[in-house]
Ligand binder design. Structure first.
Ligand SMILES: *Cc1c(COP(=O)(O)O)cnc(C)c1O
Length: 389
């Protein structure tokens, strides 16, 4: 079926594109909670299994609700195809296991989601895949890390919690020249604010658990790119099983409809909070990409349409002052989760980055007085009130 809304704006596509309906003429997406599908005849079953006839077979690899989510997200990222997964981690794992074999090498950014670092340093090494870490924003460091057997560049931009940014166009030129696949975890920006495929990336990875759902309800992930790459990843997930449940796909499908509006509101609140923090005497330093004094503000401005909802700051003092401020809040949620309508506050050094060694924390600039806020959608005055000491 042709998609009549492809040329519309982001928010219209998020609501109107790729909607699939049954004969019941439901206005909102139906949910298909079925493990398998039945066939009219043995011949049809055979044809479906051999992929000679399009249609559903079994929900580990096709399900209409999951398909609706995949198609809508693919439209929003400008991707040919999308493979949904059970979580962001399974999307990252499926990508690496599909693209690399023992003896291969990959380069990953230093400042990545904590569990991604743990995955790369433990399970991935068991498969004798070599990993080099490079400074996200130092394009030359990526180029110098390339070896004969380098197959993959994996990074997250902007990084969390400090908002370091990679120059995606420059990295894409280097990866293309060297036949390396460039995969970008776009969880922090979402396609509402940044579309890495349009900047030259080969794959986009998502933890849909965060902003895509946006309401903290369930886990999900996705990998997006061209047909050839995604079909390879789909055969990995089909055979190993970390695919998305129809129920979670249905929840996030609804989340996508408000993604553009929510991201704008997250950005507006984050910008106001960052400006307020800059003026407080208990604050030593504020990290928000939207502030002109952030070292990566200008590159962010080139490849993102806004600066996102994550604001971090160093408090005057150390860990005990940071803990005191966190414990002093009444409304904010003390949790490491992000991308929720609820504002969350966390102390990275003892939570999200607790598993890093002292040297690794130093290298990543995660100090004991650092506090991260995932700015939610409550009224900004109430968020600010809760942070007053
Ligand atoms: C949360 C997160 C992940 C992991 O996603 P899950 O859905 O929790 O498995 C990966 N990358 C980034 C940037 C994240 O924030």
């Amino acid at each position: 079926m042709s998609q009549p809304f492809q040329d519309k704006s982001f928010q219209t596509k998020a609501i109107r594109s790729n909607n699939q309906f049954t004969q019941e003429q439901e206005h909102s997406a139906a949910i298909f909670l079925t493990s398998s599908f039945q066939f009219d005849s043995a011949e049809q079953a055979a044809n479906r299994f051999e992929k000679k006839e399009l249609g559903n077979v079994y929900s580990r690899f096709t399900n209409p609700t999951v398909d609706a989510f995949q198609k809508k997200l693919a439209t929003l990222e400008g991707a040919e195809l999308c493979q949904a997964t059970a979580s962001g981690m399974s999307a990252i794992f499926a990508t690496i296991m599909t693209l690399l074999k023992p003896g291969d090498h990959m380069v990953a950014s230093l400042d990545m989601f904590g569990t991604t670092i743990v995955l790369l340093n433990s399970i991935i090494r068991k498969f004798e895949i070599k990993v080099t870490f490079a400074d996200l924003s130092n394009t030359k460091a990526w180029e110098y890390s390339i070896q004969e057997n380098t197959k993959l560049f994996l990074l997250e931009t902007p990084s969390n919690p400090l908002g370091e940014v990679a120059d995606l166009k420059a990295l894409s030129a280097i990866s293309k020249k060297n036949n390396i696949i460039l995969a970008v975890d776009n969880c922090i920006m979402t396609p509402a604010l940044q579309q890495p495929l349009l900047l030259g990336a080969d794959l986009v990875i998502h933890s849909a658990t965060k902003y895509l759902d946006g309401q903290g309800r369930c886990l999900a992930g996705a990998v997006l790119g061209n047909r050839e790459l995604i079909e390879e990843i789909s055969s990995f997930t089909r055979s190993t099983g970390p695919t998305l449940s129809a129920f979670n796909a249905w929840i996030i499908l609804k989340g996508l409809e408000t993604l553009g509006l929510r991201m704008q509101a997250h950005c507006e609140n984050a910008k106001k909070l960052a400006s307020w923090l800059c003026k407080q005497s208990f604050v030593k330093k504020v990290y928000y990409l939207g502030l002109e004094n952030h070292p990566h503000h200008h590159i962010a401005k080139k490849q993102q349409s806004n600066f996102g909802g994550i604001v971090s700051f160093e408090i005057v003092g150390g860990k005990s002052e940071a803990f005191r401020l966190i414990n002093n809040t009444k409304m904010l949620s003390i949790t490491a989760n992000l991308g929720d309508t609820k504002t969350t506050i966390t102390h990275p050094a003892t939570t999200t980055h607790a598993r890093l060694s002292i040297e690794e924390k130093k290298l990543s600039n995660i100090k004991e007085n650092l506090i991260r806020i995932s700015v939610g959608l409550e009224n900004i005055e109430d968020i600010i009130d809760d942070l007053k000491l």
